[in-house]
Design a protein around this ligand. Structure first.
Ligand SMILES: [Zn+2]
Ligand SMILES: [Zn+2]
Length: 353
């Protein structure tokens, strides 16, 4: 067990659960058990959230709903419920204030976590939002954005039928296609959709004028690469073990330079450097290890082999390093981890652990 000696059994189990949560949130290449687990969790969505359409029920970490926790109310296994509990303890949540345009578009539209509406109102809960979801088949922010954008180039075409010459009737191709789907008022429905889309925090609404490549070049030139950039949904997940993150509904100007770092007295924090890496990842010979460095000749410095019961990956090695650092930080001073190492392909805010 090498350097894991410092961890008691309960902590080791937590490591396993948090690693499982990381795998669970791999939305691009989910393991089969994660797909089954998502299905089981969605089977018993607590009644205060329901009914939620099956596509919005795909992943509670993406949206404003939470799975049933008590055993009697959940189809999920004890192991899954423990994973959720541990993830909660570690403050696992979706949080980025710099989503890529792809991430914005891929986000589910219903129960969006950055919606400024109440949880109920952010679901497809009105006649028109249900029309958008069920008749126009809109499930993602990208689909909603395209639906709304079509209104910009809309020109009303008079019906030849005099009975349908009122202001609300239009014979254009867009309105005719909408009517064929059962939409009663295509233009009004899209106007309502515009309001709904803009009830989401601006940071999360697709912006076609944004030049992401230029943005990245400028950030690199100025030496400021936002740590909070998320290029895929999986990269949106963060762990906050201290205070909860700022609300997703707060607009934050991403182009302003970052504020100066807080003036933290050295006595208040223990600075610990952590790192993890692996070799032959993805093969049978994969092996991964973690390093923790408190300072020259510090007896708490550690080199840890990632135990064989944990997946041998760079991410698990990084996570294990942080956990081992937390465990070894016995003087209970707040920890400061300067390494910008990536876990779940992102960073962990572990200050205050
Ligand atoms: Zn029309
Ligand atoms: Zn409609």
């Amino acid at each position: 067990m090498g350097g894991l000696k410092g961890l008691n059994l309960a902590d080791k189990i937590k490591v396993i659960h948090i690693m499982r949560a990381v795998r669970f949130l791999d939305l691009e290449f989910p393991p089969r058990w994660a797909i089954i687990t998502r299905y089981l969790l969605a089977k018993n969505i607590p009644s205060q959230y329901g009914p939620i359409d099956h596509r919005s029920a795909q992943n509670m970490y993406l949206l404003n709903w939470a799975a049933a926790k008590p055993e009697s109310k959940s189809a999920a296994s004890l192991f899954t419920r423990e994973m959720i509990k541990t993830a909660e303890e570690f403050g696992l949540c979706l949080w980025t204030n710099h989503p890529s345009e792809k991430v914005k578009r891929d986000m589910p539209i219903w129960l969006h976590p950055a919606s400024k509406k109440s949880r109920t109102a952010s679901d497809a809960s009105t006649y028109w939002t249900r029309c958008q979801r069920d008749k126009h088949n809109i499930h993602t922010v990208g689909e909603m954005h395209d639906f709304v954008a079509q209104l910009e180039s809309h020109t009303r075409v008079l019906h030849e039928d005099p009975e349908r010459s009122s202001d609300h009737d239009c014979a254009c191709a867009m309105c005719s296609a909408d009517e064929a789907k059962g939409c009663l008022a295509p233009v009004f429905c899209r106007e309502q959709a515009t309001h709904f889309l803009h009830s989401i925090n601006q940071t999360w609404i697709p912006n076609e004028t944004r030049d992401e490549e230029l943005e990245k070049r400028e950030e690199n030139r100025e030496g400021r690469i936002p740590k909070n950039r998320a290029n895929t949904l999986t990269e949106c997940f963060r762990i906050f073990t201290s205070s909860p993150p700022k609300s997703l509904t707060l607009d934050i100007d991403m182009n302003s330079p970052p504020p100066p770092p807080p003036d933290i007295s050295r006595d208040e924090f223990t600075t610990i450097f952590t790192d993890g890496s692996g070799q032959n990842i993805g093969t049978e010979d994969a092996c991964a290890g973690s390093g923790v460095f408190f300072g020259d000749d510090d007896p708490r410095n550690m080199a840890i082999r990632v135990p064989s019961y944990i997946p041998q990956t760079n991410n698990t090695a990084e996570a294990l390093a942080i956990l081992a650092a937390a465990k070894a930080n016995k003087n209970k001073k707040k920890m400061k981890l300067p390494a910008e190492e990536l876990v779940i392909n992102t960073w962990w805010d572990v200050v205050g652990m």
